[in-house]
Ligand binder design. Structure first.
Ligand SMILES: [Fe+2]
Ligand SMILES: [Fe+2]
Length: 288
């Protein structure tokens, strides 16, 4: 890999990873518009995310309740892990290989989108009784669909991030993460549950009405973790919110790992949502 072309984000800002749960996020340098570099970094990120979705489904599918669905989830997880390793090892594609590279990843994601849609529907109707919420199936499907859209855009030679798309997609994802966290915390963690719900509200408002809505949510919820919003002008409001939820998730990941937070949040899930917040933050900086 041409390492100089890429930046590596870590929790602590140094080269050292917080073992065993932290994974780095690798992105093209800030001034790099090369679609092949972006396609490699995004495929690298997304295939690992997909592998983890499969793993999280399996964790939430007791064999007594969803034996076949669990098997399929683990199969997806293995398939994406293998693809991820191949992408990491091969490094960025040549320009002439870009189309083939993105098509391969998109084609791998498609059956997982179908699986998430089918099982989401079954869980919603009570035909499947796993411990995966319907919203978790929807959420992970929306992520899969977004990565295929992004790779299609890159395969056409366009690497630019559009602010409305980036904020629109990730505001919703951040809102849902906050609600997932709230519902996976030990019910005794009242203060954190409230913080998570307030954070969700801010991202809902940002998604619906932009800055004014978020500011209104803050007035109603002065205890929110996104206090910094009030001190920023409108253009930076989403960036500030993204940075604040990233800090919140980094702290939560560390506290979950150290057992300082009582929850049923798997440390791998905590790091997963932290990396997604980081990606949001990075994309937003490029889009502004
Ligand atoms: Fe995800
Ligand atoms: Fe997510």
């Amino acid at each position: 890999m041409a390492a100089a072309k890429f930046l590596t984000y870590t929790r602590g800002g140094t080269k050292k990873l917080e073992k065993p749960f932290e994974k780095p996020v690798i992105v093209p340098r800030e001034d790099d518009q090369d679609p092949a570099a972006h396609a490699w970094a995004d495929a690298r990120f997304a295939t690992d995310i997909m592998a983890e979705h499969g793993l999280f489904f399996a964790l939430l599918m007791p064999p007594e309740l969803a034996r076949d669905e669990r098997k399929d989830a683990l199969q997806f997880s293995r398939k994406f892990t293998q693809l991820h390793i191949r992408i990491v090892e091969a490094g960025p594609p040549e320009k002439r290989e870009l189309k083939r590279f993105t098509t391969r990843v998109i084609e791998a994601i498609k059956p997982f989108i179908d699986y998430k849609a089918r099982l989401g529907e079954a869980q919603r109707k009570g035909k499947l009784r796993s411990l995966v919420w319907p919203l978790f199936f929807d959420h992970t499907r929306h992520e899969a669909e977004r990565w295929t859209r992004r790779l299609e855009q890159l395969s056409a030679g366009d690497s630019e991030f559009e602010k409305a798309e980036v904020a629109g997609f990730w505001d919703n994802i951040m809102d849902e993460h906050a609600r997932f966290v709230a519902h996976l915390l030990d019910p005794d963690e009242s203060e954190l549950i409230e913080k998570a719900m307030d954070t969700s509200k801010v991202f809902q408002e940002l998604g619906a009405g932009g800055f004014a809505g978020a500011a209104a949510a803050l007035v109603k919820k002065p205890g929110t973790v996104v206090n910094a919003l009030t001190t920023f002008p409108e253009t930076s409001a989403v960036l500030s919110a993204a940075e604040t939820i990233l800090d919140f998730k980094t702290k939560a990941a560390r506290d979950i790992e150290a057992g300082r937070i009582k929850s049923i949040i798997d440390p791998r899930l905590a790091d997963h949502v932290r990396r997604e917040a980081l990606k949001f933050f990075d994309e937003l900086k490029r889009a502004l």
